[in-house]
Design a protein around this ligand. Structure first.
Ligand code: BGC
Length: 287
């Protein structure tokens, strides 16, 4: 029996999830498709941070698959012209969408153009350089937070909740992502949770911060009853204002922390996911 089989299971899983980072190429590219902007960056996978600045182009209107694919192409061109760009032979590109993404097929469109539903994103982006892999936006951010950020090294379940136009979620257990958890679409106090408790919903209702903190506390308790995480990580632009609402988040069994990678979590997680998927495909003899 090899020594790795004698380790407790959780340690093995955490070990295998983070050990892969050392085996990955040093850099990959992450791109985050959002409602107002499409942002990309070169990511240093060994450090979990950006190499150089992000590059952003406003999201085209309407944000049809073809129009978004053109912008993703422009962003890739710009990033690949940089000195620190990964070599084309080992290029992995991760692309995030604010939607359910199953095996590169976009299955929902709560906050994006309806024409995305059932789009095969891998096919749409096939003409672009590199190995392209696609994922839900919150899953990308949560994967980065769990592996490099606020959840780094933690055993058990880490649940990242992103608060923005909608509510996104990422479920990571012992460093391994279980995609498409979609906690923002739970029914909560008689409504779809994100319609009531997203950052945009707070603004629409002109809700004072302490009241928003209490609402978020009730939402997190609801999620805790279903998933029992060790840690909640709160992400999304609103996490910059955490001192205004987090004092009201209390009496949970889980610890609660603010996202460490903030704005860059999505791009970093997209790149990590893509590089790992490329490795997995190679191991399975698929590329
Ligand atoms: C979508 C999720 C997405 C979240 C944040 C929700 O409306 O259903 O897939 O992760 O918004 O963008």
């Amino acid at each position: 029996m090899s020594s790795s089989h004698e380790q407790p299971l959780a340690a093995q899983a955490i070990g295998s999830a983070s050990e892969t980072i050392g085996d990955l190429p040093k850099r990959a590219i992450g791109i985050d498709v959002g409602g107002t902007g499409i942002k990309g960056g070169i990511v240093n996978l060994h450090k979990g941070s950006l190499s150089g600045d992000r590059f952003r182009i406003p999201t085209p209107k309407p944000a049809t698959p073809e129009a978004v694919a053109d912008v993703i192409g422009e962003i890739l061109d710009e990033l690949l012209s940089r000195e620190k760009a990964p070599a084309l032979e080992e290029l992995s590109v991760g692309v995030l969408f604010p939607a359910i993404v199953d095996k590169n097929i976009v299955l929902s469109a709560a906050n994006i153009d309806e024409s995305w539903i059932n789009t095969d994103a891998a096919k749409l982006l096939r003409h672009l350089p590199g190995q392209i892999h696609t994922l839900n936006d919150a899953d990308g951010a949560g994967l980065a937070e769990a592996r490099y950020g606020a959840g780094k090294g933690l055993e058990g379940t880490v649940m990242t909740i992103t608060l923005g136009t909608g509510i996104g979620s990422a479920l990571v257990h012992d460093g391994v992502l279980v995609p498409n958890s979609e906690m923002g679409h739970l029914e909560f106090e008689g409504e779809v949770a994100e319609k009531k408790a997203s950052a945009a919903a707070r603004e629409r209702a002109d809700m004072p911060w302490d009241e928003y903190g209490q609402l978020l506390n009730r939402f997190l308790k609801h999620v805790e009853r279903l998933q029992s995480p060790e840690l909640f990580i709160i992400g999304g632009g609103i996490s910059k204002r955490s001192e205004d609402f987090l004092p009201e988040v209390k009496d949970l069994r889980a610890k609660v922390e603010v996202a460490a990678l903030q704005n860059n979590a999505g791009i970093v997680g997209a790149a990590l996911y893509a590089a790992e998927q490329t490795r997995l495909n190679q191991a399975r003899g698929r590329s």
